[in-house]
Design a protein around this ligand. Structure first.
Ligand SMILES: C[C@@H]1O[C@H](OP(=O)(O)OP(=O)(O)OC[C@H]2O[C@@H](n3cnc4c(=O)[nH]c(N)nc43)[C@H](O)[C@@H]2O)[C@@H](O)[C@H](O)[C@@H]1O
Length: 482
């Protein structure tokens, strides 16, 4: 079970509470895109312009009576057993509360996708008693996204994921919609999640959460109006009204009582949300959320066109039919054949800097690739990698059969580094046989995509071994649960 641990990063085995019930997946919450641009009234601006102050006050009023509260409360009302009644909307509508979250800055795209799954479980717990909406943290300023000359900040989720699909699992909105609905640049309560200073004694694991003094120096500073400034995904006008710390040890839903009882703030942000563990890793709720994370259509189309053109791979021939509605997609294991190519994810950069034993040299990887091509009678290999230019040149020499998705500058600007990662993953997910890199969440997400598509696990849960590795344990098969 070597590979389950890094997935949760400090996710101690056996600490999962009972599987939590999920709300009906059949609702599609209303998606209201409100174009606000990146212009917000700032607290500083308001202080100097009485007219703006008026606007700001109006905005604050909408915190209490958000314009879409009635529409968004409908699923909650239905869950609570009410019909869509003839009561006046304002009277019938419980207020909408907004959950926001962020992750430790150095963490990459696919670890962040894992944290989303944990937060979705918390949302499902909250929705049992109140009307919450998850505000999707805009993408950007990720350490691994190093392509020069493209602006990679304030990126909405819709650039990488299909929002209607996410909404079939839990109610989500983009950050700009939150700004428009809540009327201003304020997040009322920020909780910074941290561990317990005293740690935990082995053998005495218990789930707990407490308001505690902050252990590390806060990444938030007060402005002259006593509002908190910080990194709010590149939205420089956003401010926190209150910041405090929570020591937490446990799964995501351990936070629910705090949010339901200790604070009445309408918008609550959980910073350093990677400190929460999965409610139930690999269970039905996990898989429902994972299945709802459908890649944005334009990225899937780009990947499909590439498969067709360079890898002679089509869904018909490969038996990888995809249903746009994930709730209707249930493929029997082993049904998918995959395109006539080997899929490879070769993680480099920070994975080799630590001289890790479980990462192969390029010569070692090339040797394994050739052996797999022979075994599976394949002629082409698609390689997804974050290797630097020199390594790519060496790879080209070592593996002349290599095919890569190399974007034009226009494509890179359009898809960005995140979109490139998605396209690479999508192509790897459709290969006849896949081999990835040890403990990389990038590879893990490919495993899951192949599980959803219905591949035989033998063609999926494979990884390269380091030349000096003594016990090269292969990835765990996490069977899909419907
Ligand atoms: C050591 C740790 O590794 C963890 O990375 P790991 O799980 O592999 O996976 P990720 O969390 O996705 O972070 C790696 C990032 O590197 C880029 N990248 C890696 N491989 C490829 C590839 O084959 N194709 C493309 N297009 N991009 C790639 C991409 O931006 C990806 O999101 C990080 O999340 C942690 O922050 C930390 O750095």
């Amino acid at each position: 079970m070597a590979t389950d641990v890094p997935e949760g990063r400090g996710n101690p085995g056996g600490a999962e509470p009972a599987h939590r019930q999920q709300p009906p997946a059949s609702h599609c919450w209303p998606l209201l895109r409100v174009g606000l641009g990146h212009h917000q009234a700032t607290p500083d601006m308001a202080a100097h312009h009485p007219g703006l102050l008026m606007l700001l006050l109006l905005g604050l009023a909408t915190l209490v009576f958000p314009p879409h509260a009635a529409a968004q409360s409908l699923p909650a009302a239905l869950r609570a057993g009410h019909a869509a009644t003839s009561l006046p909307a304002a009277a019938a509508a419980p207020r909408t509360r907004y959950l926001l979250y962020d992750v430790n800055p150095p963490e990459g795209f696919n670890l962040r996708r894992d944290v989303y799954i944990r937060i979705a479980s918390l949302m499902k717990t909250l929705l049992k008693s109140e009307n919450w909406v998850l505000v999707l943290p805009p993408w950007g300023r990720l350490y691994h996204w190093q392509s020069p000359d493209i602006l990679q900040v304030r990126i909405p989720w819709s650039e990488f994921f299909d929002l209607p699909s996410l909404n079939r699992n839990i109610p989500v909105i983009e950050y700009e919609q939150f700004l428009a609905e809540s009327g201003g640049p304020f997040i009322e309560q920020i909780y910074v999640l941290q561990g317990y200073e005293e740690g935990w004694k082995e053998g005495t694991w218990e789930e707990k959460i407490d308001e505690r003094p902050c252990i590390d120096q806060l990444m938030y500073t007060k402005d002259k109006h006593q509002y908190y400034r910080g990194w709010f995904w590149g939205y420089e006008e956003t401010r926190g009204l209150n910041v405090s710390c929570l020591s937490v040890q446990g799964s995501a839903s351990v936070v629910a009582p705090i949010l339901l009882k200790n604070t009445s703030a309408q918008s609550v942000m959980l910073d350093r949300a990677e400190n929460l563990l999965h409610d139930h890793y690999g269970g039905k709720d996990y898989w429902n959320t994972r299945r709802s994370m459908v890649f944005a259509k334009h990225l899937r189309v780009a990947g499909d066109e590439f498969r067709n053109k360079y890898l002679q791979s089509t869904d018909e021939a490969d038996r990888t039919h995809y249903n746009e509605d994930w709730t209707q997609m249930k493929v029997k294991m082993g049904t998918a054949l995959g395109g006539p190519y080997l899929g490879v994810h070769l993680r480099r950069k920070d994975f080799i800097w630590g001289h890790r034993e479980d990462v192969p040299s390029l010569h070692g990887a090339a040797k394994k690739i050739h052996s797999l091509l022979k075994t599976h009678k394949l002629e082409k290999v698609f390689i997804a990698t974050d290797a630097v230019e020199d390594e790519i040149e060496l790879l080209k020499k070592l593996v002349p059969e290599m095919v890569r998705f190399e974007p034009t500058s226009e494509e890179l600007e359009l898809y960005k580094d995140g979109g490139m990662a998605v396209i690479d993953q999508w192509i790897c997910a459709h290969a006849r046989y896949f081999i990835g890199t040890s403990v990389s969440t990038f590879s893990f997400r490919i495993h899951e995509e192949r599980e959803i598509l219905g591949f035989d696990p033998k063609t999926t849960y494979n990884r390269f071994c380091g030349e000096k590795e003594k016990n090269c344990e292969q990835p765990t098969h996490w069977k899909i649960v419907y």
